[in-house]
Design a protein around this ligand. Structure first.
Ligand code: AMP
Ligand code: GLY
Length: 432
């Protein structure tokens, strides 16, 4: 089978790393990939926005399966496009209707209410109903949670303790702070608890639960400072025991799949459910219609079975014939970023100490460096983004895995390198 992975971050390198080990794989391509994927796949040039360009590459390289990494092409209807022009192509990712679970917070909330899926109490407003929105805010206790309805590159959620701040944010969203994404705003109750990310692969009828993970979103240690795309991840999550995951499956996963079916949404792909554990009960914070980054880096390392076989079965509606095998080892990912990220940072610094990624495919336990914001310049690997690379290590428990990730990271350097040193620290008290 020839496979194309769309995207160019750490998530896509991790997917490529896993798929490259499949016995079913003939040729692997990434568009546009990064220097990390270049060592295990063929990087194709092209803009993921232009589906016709992707189609040309798919036809000329005899590609059988398209795995869509990021959400934007899904929300823009890439599955619908290929369903019309190349129905024989296996596409991993939902159609436009299914992608609305991530593309519209309001749609996702209504979906959860329709299907009795536990989530925070909420209401949606537009600029026409701003006074109702102010009144609703007044009925809530702080912190106030405001969410731009549409995609806002992970920046569309504002949480503040101050009512005046919340009112100001609300009017700024309606005035276009997040462009069109904020024309509608969801205001919801604050859920207090510990977050985790649950991932499923589904063919629309059957589903497979992948290893769960927890990510670290804030730039500063002990979850302080600005939100980022993700500074690290761990899998498994200590509190996600059999009893908790049983509740997730019964109260959230099963009604989500049944809800999609009952609404005529033919969903084939990943669903990433962002959950809050509120006193032992799971509540949905959000749905994403793709894998998470940097969760994928940890999740892929814990899957022992052949992911490409699972994906092909999902595309054929035969996921019930597959069984996932999950490693009992733990995985920890630490992300190294350019100093200044998520605000202003300088690119173009040479990265030293990188191991040779092409040797990774036969390793089970060594740390792996997944590339994200890297580029090649004059034969050298340089920084080219905020999140530069992600180091994922394995261990008998998350603390050993964390130590190993930090040891591997200490060999790597570039000017202004920054990474959080506290990934896993918050989980120590839960593991006593
Ligand atoms: P989202 O983009 O929906 O994932 O929201 C970004 C982050 O905001 C989440 O990962 C949570 O940490 C936080 N968040 C979102 N909604 C809530 C909520 N209702 N209560 C508490 N925290 C929330
Ligand atoms: N790590 C969070 C995300 O991928 O959305």
């Amino acid at each position: 089978m020839n496979v194309l992975i769309l995207g160019s971050g750490g998530r896509e390198h991790a997917l490529a790393w896993k798929i490259s080990q499949s016995k079913e794989l003939d040729k692997l391509f990434c568009m546009s990939g990064n220097p990390g994927t270049a060592s295990i796949a063929t990087n194709l040039s092209g803009d993921t926005k232009y589906f016709a360009q992707i189609e040309t590459q798919i036809r000329s390289n005899n590609i059988n399966m398209l795995v869509v990494g990021p959400e934007v092409p899904l929300v823009d209807g890439i599955r619908d496009y290929f369903g019309a022009v190349m129905p024989e192509l296996m596409v991993i990712g939902p159609d436009k209707k299914g992608a609305a679970l991530e593309g519209s917070k309001d749609f996702a909330k209504e979906f959860m209410i329709r299907h009795n899926i536990p989530t925070a109490r909420y209401k949606s407003f537009t600029s026409d109903t701003i006074h109702d929105a102010y009144r609703f805010l007044g009925t809530l206790k702080p912190p106030y949670v405001l969410k731009a309805d549409g995609l806002a590159a992970g920046k569309g959620v504002v949480i503040t303790d101050d009512l005046k701040d919340a009112e100001r944010e609300l009017s700024e969203m309606f005035e276009g702070k997040f462009d069109d994404a904020g024309h509608k705003v969801v205001i919801e109750e604050f859920l207090s608890g510990i977050e985790l990310s649950v991932f499923i692969l589904t063919d629309g009828v059957h589903y497979m639960i992948l290893p769960e993970a927890k990510d670290y979103k804030r730039i500063g240690e002990h979850d302080t400072g600005l939100n980022t795309g993700g500074m690290g991840s761990v899998s498994p999550v200590p509190f996600a025991d059999k009893s908790f995951m049983g509740k997730v499956e019964e109260r959230i996963i099963k009604p989500t799949i049944a809800g999609l079916r009952s609404e005529g949404i033919d969903y084939c792909g990943f669903i990433f459910i962002g959950l809050m554990n509120c006193g032992g009960d799971p509540y949905v914070i959000e749905y994403n219609v793709r894998m998470g980054d940097p969760e994928t880096e940890s999740v892929m390392r814990r899957i022992d079975s052949d992911l490409l076989c699972h994906l092909a079965a999902a595309a054929k509606g035969e996921l019930d014939k597959e069984t996932i095998r999950i490693s009992s080892s733990s995985a920890v990912t630490v992300v190294a970023v350019s100093g200044g990220y998520p605000e202003h940072y300088i690119k173009g610094f040479q990265i030293s100490g990188l191991p040779d990624c092409s040797k990774y495919s036969d390793t089970k336990s060594l740390p792996v460096v997944f590339h994200a914001g890297t580029a090649m310049k004059d034969g050298k690997t340089v920084t080219s983004g905020g999140r530069v690379l992600a180091v994922t290590a394995m261990g008998d428990n998350i603390f050993e895995a964390g130590e190993s990730a930090y040891k591997a990271l200490s060999e790597i350097n570039f000017e202004n390198i920054y990474y959080r040193k506290d990934i896993t620290d918050d989980l120590k008290s839960l593991c006593k």
